[in-house]
Design a protein around this ligand. Structure first.
Ligand SMILES: [Mn+2]
Length: 345
């Protein structure tokens, strides 16, 4: 038995809605995954990228991550990973740092031997059409979009059939998906906390026996969200539901009640946050449907989501992060970007 836990898109360090509680939630979800791996006595945790929200996780985030990695090490569970688009750096990757401490292995096209099964890994390779590498008889781990989940996804399910892999473990798309094509298993594990408001389903991980390709999943206990649909009366739902400590997500089709009224009532009732998604501009102008849906106050997130789908170079992503990082004062941006550019020569 070569049972493994497949996870990814952990996004540790994401201070969602500007809340410290949400930043902690993303780290907690990782520790919950570690606890599950230990309970399930798997041979390895295979991480399909985006362990971190960006390339500069804070000390608190690294502390939680290391805590989890040390717990796995004590339980003799391997942590095998690849680098996702969010955390990718030009030099040493965080995963390489963990590998140098013997807490992880960075999967590459030189297969890692897991109980006789070769495990291949490919770091995020951009949004251009991608030819899968040859992975004879083994497992391929990558962080890309399949054309089955995004029409202009860079990787095709059909091509995966010819790369020789028996199992393909994916990250990048945040919902769990499973395909069986002939004897090939292809799966996305989904994110471990709700990174975008529309990630409504329960978050979880895959448990897979790599010998038989038997796949199972386990739910994670994460922050509770209350979803209020556009055809419901949001004021009534807010008044009659227990929203204490929850994130309340409201889809709104009318001008009343106002966002401010909903936020105020949610706060009074003890909600952690109230997020309103205005569906009005979507109505009747489908031909002008915007690329990005923006829920109030979440411009940063909308920009991140849109950029993640563009084929930007690692350098362009780093420059973008420097410009949008609120911890870097405006007066230092010039110097930071110049240093990045000069490092390219
Ligand atoms: Mn992700």
């Amino acid at each position: 038995m070569a049972r493994i836990l497949h996870t990814g898109d952990t996004h540790i360090g994401f201070r969602q809605y500007g809340l410290e509680e949400r930043r902690e939630d993303f780290a907690k979800a990782f520790l919950e995954v570690v606890r599950l791996a230990i309970d399930e006595r798997v041979a390895a945790v295979i991480h399909a990228g985006d362990l971190f929200e960006d390339r500069l996780p804070g000390a608190e985030d690294l502390q939680a991550t290391l805590q989890g990695l040390f717990q796995l090490q004590r339980a003799r569970i391997k942590f095998l990973g690849i680098v996702g688009n969010h955390e990718q750096r030009r030099g040493v990757q965080w995963l390489d740092l963990f590998a140098s401490l013997d807490l992880a292995a960075h999967l590459t096209l030189q297969p890692y031997d897991l109980q006789g099964i070769p495990v291949y890994g490919l770091d995020f390779a951009g949004r251009r059409e991608l030819e899968p590498p040859s992975c004879e008889g083994g497992v391929l781990v990558c962080h890309q979009l399949l054309n089955e989940v995004e029409p202009d996804g860079e990787l095709s399910l059909k091509k995966l059939l010819t790369c020789g892999a028996k199992t393909v473990l994916l990250g990048d798309f945040h919902e769990r998906k499973v395909w069986f094509e002939k004897s090939l298993l292809v799966t996305y594990c989904g994110s471990t906390e709700r990174w975008a408001l529309d990630e409504q389903k329960k978050r979880g991980v895959n448990i897979i026996d790599l010998k038989s390709n038997r796949i199972d999943h386990r739910d994670l206990k994460t922050r509770e969200f209350l979803y209020i649909n556009a055809d419901e009366d949001p004021l009534q739902r807010l008044k009659t539901s227990d929203v204490t400590g929850r994130v309340v997500a409201i889809y709104l089709k009318s001008a009343r009640p106002t966002v401010a009224e909903l936020e105020e009532l949610g706060r009074q009732r003890g909600a952690l946050a109230v997020r309103v998604r205005d569906l009005r501009e979507m109505e009747g102008e489908l031909e002008h449907q915007p690329d990005v849906q923006i829920d109030y106050g979440d411009l940063e997130q909308a920009i991140s989501e849109a950029l993640a789908r563009r084929n930007l170079s690692a350098l362009a992503r780093e420059i973008d992060q420097v410009i949008r990082d609120f911890r870097i004062p405006d007066s230092n941006i010039d110097g930071e970007v110049t240093a990045l550019l000069e490092g390219q020569r």
